[in-house]
Design a protein around this ligand. Structure first.
Ligand code: ADP
Length: 835
């Protein structure tokens, strides 16, 4: 009679036609080869009690077992996992130990077909419904329901679900013992009912007690049951179970709030039910990965140590004293209140003034993670707030994506270029979404459309940066405290270059102090001739370039020397070897000493020193051409000062007049505000010179601001235009090293302007000696570096009369007291003039 290898099982429901993952502690080589010899067939035989395999006798096992095909054997930490598909039921006729192998003979045992296919399906459906209903009583039960749903036969359902019901080994065996499928279904139903009874009773009991203790026990009991259930499920589909467990663990560990968990659990459930080729699978996976990699608990933060914070800010940034002071105040408030307090900082300044890198230092000073989110060119609300997941290729918004990147719930987030958010079109306004992000009233429940669950942003330390604040929507601006970074003076730039940029550039290129030194003169020349900016970005680029060129030169030099040195060493060796007597030897060693000295000198000569005159050799001849003041300005041309996003610049206002009909012509790409300034200047001029013999009616005036390709706007050229026109009509030039800035009113008053520090820096750089500024801007002078103030004669003026006196050295005529009368007179005079 044919015998097969026996795999004994304990306390497991063994049924025909079911896939099993059986844990086997031991499987020796003989057994493995026996399985192979038997064409992968084994007998699975239930034991009455757990016992060692080789001690088993017929009385220890139940009489029936199943024949099974072994599909796969995998080793695990505790032994092996045998994946087997059971076939028919068999009756065991003998059990014999044979060396290390337990084998048994058997006879097939038929089952009674007492149920139709349809009948079986109906019964199966009823059972599934009962089980699914039952699973709703447990946390995590939906997952079990998913598995139950996939069972295709009563046997599969019984084998899977009855494992963890409270059934004795005898009761479990009874399921195999019965020959009738119908009977088997009924047995399962009965076991279910019993189980449900216990659960109901437990729930009723717990409801009555409803005390913490009661809940505690209930929870522990249920968790134990879940654990058992989980283990069984894991054994049935190890890969899926591993993935699901992985996500569950991540969800658990992330500590997300209950509301978020609900949504994430829902997505996980759907994900687990999807077929591998489901097109939505990848997007659900991305979602799960995203929300589980977000941090849902704030990091523990060290206590803010102001002294240390100051040290860190000073370490990374030269100067910027006011900015640092303001930041330290904010940190002090936070240290006092022990929480996030105070307004959001907005650092405004030209590119390269250290706004972003300041943000990084603040993060370091606070011991927080740091992330930079660029908002330049964001047009769509969805870029801030994310796309709804119904869109193909939906993504989280930049804010949540940045928070994820930071790896913390309370990082320092630098929102770069908030002034470059473009006005929203049909796709929603990004600035209103940003408002929600920054508003402390709302941002503790910020909902990214993609995540669809609220996230608390109130622990984030936001710092915004912008080049200028005029394009920032007012409501956004209202929530921020503006800190101005007005750009660096040449002296400051030299210091930054020496203390920060050059050492960093050298480190990046692998150069040390032994390789390169750059003289102060050279740095001064680089600053003044090779950069033209308020910040230090261009300077950094130039120094990086210098280091690269030096590195290349050094390598070249060393290679040359090495080839030269190798031939010299050969010579030296020959001399030493040839020296036979002592005196010759002494001479040889002296020679060797001289050689060492030479090498040392050479070491020194390997160092490259860049002096002022060498700069073009490293950086090329093409320094940047600054607009510099002219040697001489003819009448009608005046030097003005402008503010641009890259800092201050000087500009020239040119005026001329020609025969015509009283027209005013403007050229040079002027914006609306500048056009208004021009017409105010022209009107004012006419009103002052109304009594003179200047005939404005037969003259055209042309005002031009060169460099037409640069669009210019801003209310600060009024005084310059007026002075240019006055200089023109009086034919008296204005000194070319005198510059001015200020808006004017029709009453002839000089009105205040913005960006004074940048403008004065530009003036100094361009060689201006004297500057006229609006009287009301006098108080801004404290923001202007002393170095700049010391180089300029700054004259505050209240009205155009003073300005003209200072600039041209003449007195403006008195304007007509009664203009209308005079105009009438004008007309009367006209025919006479024409004569
Ligand atoms: P922004 O954000 O204002 O455009 P960045 O922060 O990107 O400017 O600064 C550009 C570079 O200049 C960075 O490498 C930064 O470290 C350096 N930098 C700017 N200001 C200073 C400073 N005051 N001291 C030292 N380095 C500075």
């Amino acid at each position: 009679m044919k015998s097969y290898l026996v795999i004994p099982s304990y306390d497991t429901v063994i049924l025909p036609d079911v896939d099993y993952q059986l844990g086997v502690e031991e499987l020796n080589e003989d057994e493995k080869s026996r399985i192979k010899i038997d064409d992968n067939k084994v007998l699975i035989v239930p034991m009455k009690e757990a016992k060692g395999k080789m001690d088993l006798t017929m009385s220890d096992v139940y009489g029936l077992g199943v024949l099974a095909d072994v599909l796969d054997i995998n080793s695990t930490k505790v032994g092996y996992r045998v994946h087997a598909r059971t076939r028919e039921k068999v009756e065991i006729t003998s059990l014999t130990g044979n060396g290390d192998i337990l084998e048994a003979t058997f006879e097939p045992k038929d089952e009674v077909l007492d149920i139709t296919l349809k009948g079986e399906k109906d019964l199966l459906d009823t059972l599934k419904k009962d089980i699914t209903e039952l699973t709703t009583h447990f946390q995590g039960g939906q997952m079990a329901a998913g598995y139950v749903e996939r069972c295709k036969s009563i046997n599969e359902l019984g084998a899977m679900f009855c494992q963890f019901l409270d059934m004795s080994p005898d009761e479990k065996y009874a399921l195999l013992e019965t020959d009738s499928m119908k009977q088997r279904g009924l047995l399962i139903e009965e076991a279910l009912k019993r189980f449900k009874g216990t659960v109901d009773m437990q729930e009723a009991l717990n409801d009555r007690y409803n005390a913490t203790e009661g809940n505690f026990y209930k929870k522990a009991a249920i968790e134990k049951q879940i654990g058992l259930l989980q283990k069984e499920l894991d054994d049935m589909d190890p890969d899926a179970a591993e993935e699901e467990n992985d996500y569950r663990r991540k969800i658990e560990e992330s500590g997300m709030p209950a509301e978020a968990r609900k949504e994430v659990d829902r997505v996980l459930k759907r994900y687990m039910e999807m077929q591998p080729n489901d097109p939505d699978r990848a997007s659900s996976e991305n979602y799960l990965d995203f929300v589980t990699s977000l941090k849902w608990k704030p990091d523990e933060l060290p206590k803010v140590d102001l002294k240390e914070a100051r040290r860190i800010l000073d370490k990374d940034h030269y100067g910027l004293d006011k900015v640092k002071e303001r930041i330290l105040q904010q940190l002090a408030v936070m240290a006092l209140k022990n929480k996030q307090e105070g307004s959001i900082l907005l650092l405004v300044g030209a590119p390269g003034t250290g706004k972003t890198s300041m943000g990084k230092s603040i993060a370091e000073a606070l011991g927080r993670k740091y992330v930079r989110i660029s908002l330049g060119g964001v047009r769509d609300e969805a870029e801030i707030r994310g796309h709804r997941r119904t869109y193909v290729g939906a993504m989280p918004g930049r804010i949540m994506e940045g928070i994820k990147r930071s790896g913390a719930m309370n990082p320092v987030v630098v929102l770069d270029e908030v002034d470059k958010l473009t006005e929203g079109g049909f796709s929603g306004d990004p600035s209103s979404a940003l408002l929600e992000v920054l508003d402390p009233e709302q941002n503790n429940t910020f909902v990214d459309h993609y995540m669809n669950i609220p996230y608390d942003l109130s622990n984030v330390f936001f710092i915004c940066t912008a080049n200028s604040w005029d394009t920032i929507p007012q409501p956004l601006l209202d929530r921020m405290e503006v800190i101005q970074l007005s750009g660096y003076t040449p002296y400051e730039k030299e210091q930054i270059a020496k203390k920060h940029l050059l050492p960093r550039a050298m480190e990046d290129t692998g150069l040390t102090r032994k390789d390169l030194s750059v003289t102060d003169g050279a740095i001064r020349r680089i600053v003044s001739e090779y950069t033209s900016e308020a910040g230090v970005r261009g300077l950094k680029k130039q120094l990086d370039k210098l280091c690269r060129v030096v590195a290349a030169k050094l390598v070249e030099k060393r290679m040359e020397e090495e080839s030269g040195a190798s031939s010299e060493t050969e010579e030296k060796c020959e001399t030493a070897a040839g020296a036979e007597n002592t005196s010759e030897k002494t001479a040889a060693s002296e020679k060797a000493d001289a050689e060492t000295e030479k090498t040392e000198k050479k070491e020194k000569s390997k160092k490259i020193t860049v002096k002022e005159k060498d700069v073009p050799e490293y950086l090329g001849n093409k320094g940047i051409l600054h607009d510099r003041v002219q040697k001489h300005n003819p009448a009608g041309i005046v030097t003005g000062l402008a503010w641009t996003q890259a800092g201050g610049e000087i500009l020239f206002i040119e005026t001329t007049a020609m025969r015509g009909s009283g027209q005013i012509k403007l050229t040079g790409q002027l914006g609306d505000v500048m056009k208004e300034s021009a017409s105010i200047a022209a009107s004012l001029l006419k009103s002052y010179y109304i009594n003179s013999d200047l005939n404005f009616r037969e003259r055209d005036i042309h005002i031009h601001v060169p460099e037409g390709a640069v669009p210019k706007d801003g209310p600060s050229a009024g005084i310059t235009m007026f002075t240019a026109l006055t200089s023109l009509v009086n034919n008296k030039p204005v000194p070319s090293d005198l510059a001015m800035t200020g808006e004017i009113s029709l009453r002839g008053q000089v009105l205040p302007i913005g960006g004074l520090p940048e403008k004065l820096m530009a003036a100094q750089r361009a060689g201006v000696k004297k500057v006229l500024i609006p009287k009301d801007n006098e108080r801004d002078l404290e923001d202007v570096p002393k170095e700049v103030r010391d180089h300029l004669t700054i004259v505050p003026v209240e009205n155009v009369r003073q300005a003209i006196r200072e600039a041209i050295g003449i007195e403006l005529p008195k304007p007509a007291h009664n203009l209308f009368e005079k105009m009438k007179g004008d007309e009367e005079n006209e025919p006479a003039e024409k004569k």
